[in-house]
Design a protein around this ligand. Sequence first.
Ligand code: G6P
Length: 611
Amino acid sequence: MCGIVGYIGNRTAYQIIIKGLQRLEYRGYDSAGIALYDDEVRLYKCKGKVRDLERLTTGHPIGGTVGIGHTRWATHGVPNDINAHPHRSKNGKFVIVHNGIIENFAHLKNELTNRGYTFESETDTEVLANLIESIYLENKVSVEVAVRIALSKVIGAYGLVVFSADEPDMVIGARKGSPLVVGIGEGEYFLASDVTPIVEYTDKIVYLKDEEIAVIRRDNFKLTNIRNDSMTPDITSVDVKIDNIDKGGYDHFMQKEIHEQPMSITDTFRGRVMPDKNTIHLGGISDVLPKLVTAKRIIIVACGTSYHAGLVGEYLIEEFARIPVEVEYASEFRYRNPIISSDDVIIAISQSGETADTLAAIRMAKEQGALILGICNVAGSSISRETNAGVYTHAGPEIGVASTKAFTSQVMVLTMMAFLLGRKRNIILPEQYRALIQELVHVPGYIEQILSHEEEIRNIAAKYKDATNAIYLGRGYLYPVALEGALKLKEISYIHAEGYPAAEMKHGPIALIDQNMPVFVLATRDKYYEKVVNNIQEVKARSGKVIAIVTEGDTTIRRMADDVIEVPTTPEALMPLLTVIPLQIISYHVALMRGCNVDQPRNLAKSVTVE
Ligand code: G6P
């Protein structure tokens, strides 16, 4: 949610910042801006994407070796040129980029208005710029002290970078709630919302912690907290390959990430599932495994696609480990005063590891004594650092806003966890364990097979591209997949789509069915098969169009459905990993055919770091 880049060093800041913003566009892309210092502050910003910003700067001075940039996902104020970041204070002393929400901005704005300040934009960020400036001018303190005092008055969340025209050889970064990382180079420093703009230049990274302030000059980096206590930077070495954050020959990140799934899933279980020894070892949770094995209850908290993975986890863990599982939207869980005890284990699932509601949910549960585990993709992210233990998904950077490979990797982690717990609790017997493990390692090959039919699936997508609504039905393990399929379609193609448990169709949604309604039915051969076949008949009897995802060789449904997509045979517990793939491909192609921007769908952001 909003991408920030800052640079101070000896190179021209402009290129580094623009490239960095492009890498961060997945976080927001409704406006973009840059402020550079080259004898004076030069500020360019506009509604639109980073390429619009590049157009705006063409022919204008873009020199300077210090600068900050921003790509925005609007919270306060509509996306327009004025609300775009960076924001400059009234007397031009400070420029700032900010991610997060200043909750007491109205109060601060009133105070500043009473002291003669006027505001151009509707943003909370401009208030912060002026707050810093007013403290700087009125208290006659240094730039650093002014920033520190201002931040102590702020309620809310921020990841920010600020610099002053009065001290242009210094940039200040600060974080509370919204991520900010510092990259340490040779005589140069980089600041960004995540490591992707930085890894090209250095692998030495400091993840700022809440209420830490980094004061950075070309030859020096000082870390303090908001009370000005000196902090020791924890320098980590990151290993993100630049290829992983490029499109690698594909037209879109989403397409690349769909196709990466055989590999990303393999990376998720590599070194953890040992088919030759029939073992599963999850190093990240091995210390807390006794507590997990004896948990009275597991509560999974997540948002969006990660929530859907959590629902698959519920089916898996309850079936194989017989531990009661509840799955909650983090945003609901955190506010509804849930009953949590020290016997509970909370599992937070989050691709980014930065989702504000998920983070807040685990903080709240931690206070009540529960063991907190994380299933995150981004190493070093806030959730991964605030959990007691966890399992990384190792899916590699996911840039497309619509989550694909992160979902399958999350489901893979939950599958490994369920099998491991089931074995430890002696619910899965050795022979079944062996069989499950052998099947599990075949999943990447099965996904490969499905991907090889992309052309056929694309032709099916073409038939339904003009639909205005769609229904997705599934039962058991495939009910969460129906939800995920519907989410994929609506978020990138803007077709209204809803997922339902297939049996619920009769309780309302069936009223929507007519000859214009495509109904995607997850109908693989499992214990619900006959019932789902009946559901297909019910749709056909009302002239609905059925697109069925079936097990290979199914002739029964082929005779009834309008279109059929086959997936390889595997136990039903592993079917979510296969059946979601054609739904991702359909959504991708429908969106493309409708002329939508699949990697940057309107109104969305990859990482939602505000409530
Ligand atoms: C946003 C993204 C979704 C994602 C959700 C949760 O809404 O657009 O793709 O599933 O946030 O994100 P997380 O990083 O916590 O998995």
